[in-house]
Design a protein around this ligand. Structure first.
Ligand code: GUN
Length: 281
């Protein structure tokens, strides 16, 4: 079997167009504040793309590029100001933060109604209890892609490789909430192929280039590659695309799969935060 390629770029473009049309009809603009601390090169690229996409769809944005030595107190003060800003409806702190800054404390400082990433404990709890509110962008993008291609999740075995708070865990919860039977594998899973070979839906979010080979994949599986790894100047996913595409029924490419969906979900989430805030006023 040769897999159908899931075109995240095209689906994301459709979502951006929908957000743009909706924003054009609003009396005021939704606003997103993105905060980047330090010099992580990948994070710099991501926040620049996020900002550019906001411009493209008519969302107001503020980008704070703070030096590596920024203190936790300074960061909390900035979040405090943004929480009060009338122009801002979503606040995003790009992760990872420098190690000396307490990530949980920073994420909890964001006003709940402006938690555009869904990383606050309340929103994590809502997701875990099946009452999804603001949902993290990459996991939401994975689910949206599956929906766009008409892939049902009930009765399916879904295996997620990776247990991060940003991708692995929330993706597993979203799949579970949609009636998939979910297994989470990680770096200390004994015999990873034993699990992946049973997966009807396989989501790779381990951050390990080409971890998933064809012999680990069930014939006809749907394979979603969340990995973005730079190897010798080239972007490669967590899936060995060339071999796995001959066995899967659907597969996402890297780049052009999940990546553009993450940004599309961020602008959709920003619009949702805006609507929630303005509705309550
Ligand atoms: N770092 C990697 N992915 C993400 C994301 O979706 N949001 C934020 N804030 N940081 C990230």
């Amino acid at each position: 079997m040769t897999a159908k390629i899931m075109d995240g770029k095209a689906v994301a473009e459709k979502i951006r167009a929908k957000v743009k049309a909706e924003v054009a009809n609003l009396k005021t603009k939704p606003g997103l504040a993105a905060i980047l601390v330090g010099e992580n090169p990948a994070s710099k690229v991501y926040v620049d793309i996020k900002r550019k996409t906001c411009d493209e769809v008519g969302i107001y944005s503020e980008l704070y590029k703070l030096p590596e030595e920024t203190t936790e107190k300074e960061l909390l003060q900035l979040i405090g100001r943004l929480n009060k800003s009338e122009k801002i409806h979503g606040i995003l702190v790009q992760l990872p933060l420098p190690r000396r800054i307490n990530e949980e404390k920073v994420l909890e400082a964001i006003a709940l109604e402006k938690d555009v990433d869904g990383f606050s404990l309340v929103n994590v709890g809502r997701l875990a209890s099946g009452r999804e509110a603001a949902v993290p962008c990459t996991p939401k993008g994975v689910i949206r892609l599956l929906e766009e291609y008409g892939i049902d999740l009930a009765w399916k075995n879904a295996v997620v490789i990776g247990r991060s708070n940003i991708v692995g865990k929330p993706t597993a919860l979203l799949l579970l909430n949609r009636n998939a039977t979910v297994t989470i594998c990680h770096s200390k899973t004994a015999d990873l192929p034993h699990y992946t070979k049973k997966a009807d839906i396989l989501v790779a979010a381990a951050g390990k280039p080409k971890l998933v080979k064809a012999d680990m994949v069930k014939e006809g599986a749907v394979v979603i590659d969340v990995g973005i790894n730079r190897v010798e100047g080239k972007l490669v996913g967590d899936v060995d695309f060339a071999s796995v595409k001959e066995k899967a029924s659907y597969i996402t490419p890297v780049p052009g799969g999940v990546g553009p969906m993450t940004v599309a979900m961020l602008i959709e989430n920003t619009l949702e935060r805006y609507k929630e805030i303005t509705r309550r006023k």
